[in-house]
Design a protein. Structure first.
Length: 578
């Protein structure tokens, strides 16, 4: 029921797989089903591009957009997964300021044509940064992915935490950039959802035993909430805890805290706990993960809560659920109609299926390592195509007369280009003259009329032999030289069998032996004679062939010319035996 947006600081994208309830399957698809989400925003993925794997990117039925750190390893990172059957964004960007460039482009997002921008970028003079922090530095740590749907703009973010004084300028600069971007988008008339780990609390209810801790540290409550980052955040929210007069250009709040909108007085609604002190069992934590929305879509939501029972991280997921139908300008609209590009849904019913053409440039599925790839599960859901039926030839067609060598050549050439030859009752269309080297011209061949002729054994045509291997030996034999190719072409003789164009070739050797053809053609007399079928076994050749296949592996050489050695790890863990 409804469309669910879930946000989760996973503290390492692999961490949740060590816990129930999806421990057995260990797939993102299973995780998303348990979460019951249609849009999943992950923070603190702690991976780089080289760490991306198939199961992260090629999730069946899902698309994904990453923001990865440019310099630091195992740090920050944001990912947004979208369920293709429900929603598909129309634009996607990385970074909060817009100075980064789309894939395979040297033009920043904020300098793209207007119809390709999400918009709301900080204007000159709006963002004042302190210290050595610049706009490019703000977007270099992989802290934000922004998706635009026709319904709203979704900002998935991981704000900097308050570690020490050396990061204060970066933390404040990022919070101000987020505040400016959201306000600018709202001023453009766009609806906005902000979700993620914002690393800031709203008031005393959002952290455990705050007043007692402040008293021990001799810090006044007003001073605590007047800290620059908390003040910027509270001025962004309706019912925010703002001490004193509001700042200039922040006079009006623009976002609602959906968690508090549905649970205004709930205590202990924490989303993060200290794992070193193991404070989660006693629920001694803080509420720093949010789902926020602009005022014009507050009534679209039917629920918002936390999922404190899901383990795997020092955070728990938070979510908000959109209603199936929403009110826009006084009329009721299906949410799926405005969560996809125009023409995909109408009145809540799908008009066309999602396809690879709907992928945006920022989609991880277009990264060269994953482009034009598919999950192995997709192989089992494809509908098999029905093979073409080949009509059987009657006895009359196999014993009919061939008028001339030219017609015989045309018939033989037709079998190499058409896998479904016409029946004997239908006249064949005119064919182009085959190349001179394709078949050797012979005298006219006439089948005896008083004795039914044996059906010729169908041999592989020249066209099919170039497209595949006829037997196992084809993998081990060297490619034939030009002289051998010409010699084999001279051995191709048209069969006297009929109009199906089958020809006899010299048999191919195999490690077991070969079978002699049942029908030989006497070109001088123009008739066929039958020979007994026999199998010739060459034990020397068979032994040599199988020894090459099953023999001792040749040890490769290292760069110094020494034989390489194989090492196997015995350390307990997932790599044991590798």
């Amino acid at each position: 029921m409804g469309l669910r947006v879930t946000s989760w600081n996973v503290n390492g994208i692999r961490n949740p797989f060590g816990y129930q309830p999806w421990r057995e399957k260990k797939t993102f698809e299973a995780m998303f089903d348990i979460l019951g989400a249609d849009i999943v925003v992950m923070q603190e993925t702690k991976i780089q591009r080289k760490d991306l794997q198939d199961d992260m990117v090629l999730v069946p039925g899902w698309d994904v957009f990453f923001s990865l750190p440019r310099h630091k390893k195992g740090y920050a990172g944001v990912a947004i997964y979208t369920r293709n059957s429900v929603c598909a964004p129309i634009r996607a960007e990385e970074g909060i300021v817009g100075v980064l460039c789309p894939p395979n482009s040297a033009i920043p997002f904020r300098d793209l044509p207007k119809d390709q921008q999400i918009g709301g970028y900080p204007q000159p003079g709006q963002l004042q940064l302190n210290g050595n922090i610049d706009e490019l530095t703000l977007d270099s740590e992989g802290r934000c992915v922004i998706l635009e749907f026709p319904a709203f703009v979704l900002i998935g973010t991981y704000s900097p935490a308050q570690r020490d004084e050396s990061r204060d300028d970066f933390r404040l600069g990022y919070m101000e950039a987020l505040d400016i971007r959201v306000r600018n988008l709202v001023a453009m008339g766009k609806r906005v959802i902000v979700t993620g780990d914002l690393n800031v609390i709203r008031n005393a209810m959002d952290t455990a035993n705050l007043l007692e801790r402040l008293r021990k540290e001799s810090i006044a409550v007003a001073d605590f909430f007047s800290a620059p980052s908390r003040r910027v955040f509270n001025q962004l929210l309706f019912e925010g805890n703002v001490i004193g007069a509001r700042d200039e250009e922040r006079e009006n709040p623009v976002l609602w805290d959906l968690g508090r909108l549905f649970h205004p007085t709930r205590e202990g609604m924490f989303t993060c706990w200290d794992t070193k002190k193991n404070t989660r069992p006693g629920n001694f934590g803080s509420r720093i993960d949010y789902v926020l929305c602009s005022d014009d879509m507050k009534g679209w939501f039917i629920d918002s809560n936390i999922q404190e029972g899901l383990m795997g991280s020092d955070h728990c997921p938070v979510f908000a659920v959109l209603n199936d139908t929403v009110q826009i300008d006084g009329r009721e609209v299906f949410i799926k109609d405005i969560m996809n590009p125009p023409g995909v849904f109408k009145d809540g019913k799908r008009l066309r299926e999602w396809s690879a053409k709907d992928l945006l440039p920022l989609s991880a599925k277009l990264i060269p390592e994953f482009d034009r790839r598919q999950n192995i599960k997709d192989m089992f859901f494809k509908k098999p195509t029905a093979p073409k039926a080949i009509p059987a030839l009657s006895r009359e067609s196999s014993t009919s007369k061939v008028d001339s060598p030219e017609k015989l050549e045309a018939s033989s050439f037709a079998s190499t280009v058409d896998s479904n030859p016409p029946s004997s009752s239908t006249p064949a269309p005119p064919l182009a003259q085959p190349p001179p080297s394709s078949l050797k011209r012979t005298s006219s061949v006439t089948a005896p009329s008083n004795k039914p002729q044996k059906k010729a054994k169908a041999g592989p045509s020249r066209e099919s032999s170039t497209k595949g291997q006829s037997n196992l030996m084809g993998f081990f034999k060297p490619k034939a030289t030009e002289n051998e190719t010409k010699k084999s072409e001279e051995q191709v003789v048209p069969s006297a069998g009929g109009l199906d164009g089958t020809v006899e070739t010299e048999p191919s050797y195999s490690p077991i032996g070969y079978e002699t053809p049942k029908t030989d053609i006497d070109e001088s007399k123009g008739s066929s004679s039958s020979n007994n079928s026999e199998t010739v076994f060459d034990p020397i050749q068979a032994k040599e062939s199988w020894s090459k296949l099953l023999g001792r592996r040749i040890v490769p050489k290292c760069e110094h010319g020494e034989d390489c050695i194989s090492l196997v790890t015995k350390k307990p863990g997932m790599n044991r035996g590798k």
